[in-house]
Design a protein around this ligand. Sequence first.
Ligand code: ZN
Length: 638
Amino acid sequence: MNLRSRLAVCVSAFLLAVSTLTAADSRALTLEVDAREAPKKMFHAKLTIPAAPGALTLAYPKWIPGEHGPTGPIADLAGLRFSAAGKLVSWKRDPVDMYLFHLDVPPGADAIEVQLDFLSPAEVGLFSAGSSATSNLALVSWNQLLLYPANRKPDEILVAAALRLPEGWKWATALEPASGQPGNGKGVRFAPVTLTALVDSPVLTGGHFRVVTLADAPPAHRIDIAADSDAALEMSPELEGQYRSLVAETGALFGARHYGHYDFLLTLSDHTAHFGLEHHESSDDRVDERSLIDADRRKLMAGLLPHEMTHSWNGKYRRPSGLGIGSFQEPMRGDLLWVYEGLTEYLGQILSARSGLLTQDQYREDLALTAAEMDHQKGRAWRPLQDTAVAAQVLYGARADWAALRRGVDFYPESELLWLEADTLIRRETRGGKSLDDFCRLFHGGRTGPPTVVPYTFEDVVAALNQVVAHDWRGFWTKRLESTEPGAPLQGVLDGGWRLVYSEEIPDMQRAAEDTRKITDVRYSIGISVREDGTIPDLIPGSPAAAAGLGPGMKLVAVNGRRWSPAILREAIKKSKTQAIELLVESGEFFKTARLDYAGPERYPHLERDSARPDLLLQIIRPLASRPAETKKAKPAS
Ligand SMILES: [Zn+2]
């Protein structure tokens, strides 16, 4: 296999510089980022790019690792100026590829100086291209702040980066400060790394900042937290203990680590985009400001850090050969995202339960909600799961309306059900002797060491599964990935000893989501969810509400002649056996009354124990590691 480590790349870049490359290639590109205006959503950068006289094409990173799409925010690049030897140099954008810039390096010059501004969005945007800075904090994604020679591989380009921050702001990143210059009053200078490693190592910075140390023995594991308030930084000893358990559980599961240290870069703000983005030695995790101190929000974020950390093995160390290895400009191929994201979703959830971040009940409730949602994806009749992975680059940005007919990035939740089925199959066929844990150690373990990428193909996945237990794994996956049958693949739930059922009781995980997100979800009875202001963002095709003429974007005004509220809507569903439900809805400036053909109870998904089968789910979420020692008091920010 093609093993590539950052260290090996650094060394080979130097060797190449001596032997075959021009003098310009051997010098590090320097990048100075000024983030002092981050609170007003403005970043400035200055680059010196070694270059020889003649034509030069510079690239702005387009395909961002982990985002699985061409999400580099090129529209937010502004103030571009090139110069050489003190003179301005004119430039032209490529007429076809918007991410390329052409210029001529004048005779006698040995470098191009670049100045640029990055207009950091206040609201909209996908993943790291979304809102990333507030009055109190910022997440600096290097890929947004640089250009590089388009004819060279990011693995071969060395970058010496420096960063200036607002007065008093602390920072954390996977990067190491340059030796002897941990901070000179004018900002921090980092030791040169490859462009690949730089883009893989964002910086979290802020005025309200705290570092929680998770492991006493090396490698270091930390949660670096920047928040919009000091109050939000509080982490209970119990929660800290659960994250320490997460570190222990990942070690027990994979048997090796592919990083020198691991930093969760946790942003707590109601004014940044909310998502998680994986890196080799860190992750960019962004949630609501009160996520650590509010019980409901804590439940909702339980799976995020386990998911992103799992990616250090599944996604970074082992990566599908088509998913952005060694290039930011080459189109990615998402066909194996059901492994990259789907297996991560499965492992992230069971690691959450194994480490105590989710209780057993919460794990099962979450699984029931996933199973129910996939069971109502009507789009499965036209779009097989495999196509959701191939089309990931367009589906991440797809709207939420008619989601069940479109199918979104179902390769996350539906693959969780499929990997559960694979796990139960292995456990059954080996009479409990083996499990998917053995696959993880075999496929993702290897030797502990610095970040390395080992690409894989579908054949490699099949071969590794066959090493755990002989089975027609090719047929297993092909059938499920290409299926256009109705109904979710629920065999794993059944083989786990549980059944998907519906009752009138709202699952606690759903209630937490409803209270936090201000949404009322009655999709599995009448077919709609409703926002606080009455807007119906989406509904299920073929449901009573859809059959009555409702559509996404309409606004619920009244239920049975009375102004709507969550309680009034739920009451009407409860009484629908004796009184038909009439909804008054507004569509644009037009009103209509819809009479729903529904005479049933409220319906919410749950898992019900099947006592005829062993409880494999319980075995799957049982901790592997012994509990770490008594939680230590968190150390202050460094
Ligand atoms: Zn992921």
